[in-house]
Design a protein around this ligand. Sequence first.
Ligand code: MG
Length: 250
Amino acid sequence: MTQRLLLIACFTSLSALTQAQQPNRAGGDPKLSEYYDPAIRVVAPGKTAADAPADAVVLFNGTDASAWESKDGGPIKWKVENGAMTVVSGTGIIRTKQGFGDCQLHIEWRTPAEVKGDGQGRGNSGIFLMGKYELQVLDSYNNKTYSNGQAGSIYKELPPLVNASRGPGEWQTYDIIFTAPVFYPDGTVKSQARITVLHNGVLVQNNMSIWGSTQYIGIANYEKHSDKEPIQLQDHGNPVSYRNIWIRPL
Ligand code: MG
């Protein structure tokens, strides 16, 4: 008897589930699987996917670099002209004054039209999420280098799925979805950082786990840090430019 009741109960719930997935079928109430609270917040999108949505923090609009500081904490020493911020070799990294963790970041970059050098020496810069995890910026258009060091890679960790590079001197886009790592109080990693990247609209990192902070030599490793850290842009000696940078903290 008990078994029979159990079977009927199972069959009834299975039947309810099937009907919920097929609202046109008679006998179920489709409203049982709908809710209105919480309502979804409205965000006015930009005119194009490259334009900042209404709730974004604009980090650089082409003229105002006040969201950034140099490595010594003063104003940036990069060139701000013609709607772009351009690396001045030897002046060092720049970083946001504000810290960010989980985010959606849009950033546009351009390597020099005049091709000089090769491999890692050609149009090298980088976007360091939380100041630690480098999404490589490089002129990777017909420019051979190690796979996990080319444009779209998480430097020395994750190669991009494809090479979606435009040519030297052309503006390129990164659309990044980043999840910050989470640490236990003792500094061990509870969950690794994760990243999704579209390069010029093409998926190059698909919700990948980052192994740790970027290292030039040796293996990436995690060191406990706060849940919000500045974003850094790299001075690697090449006059790489940036424009239209906006972020949505998540
Ligand atoms: Mg770099």
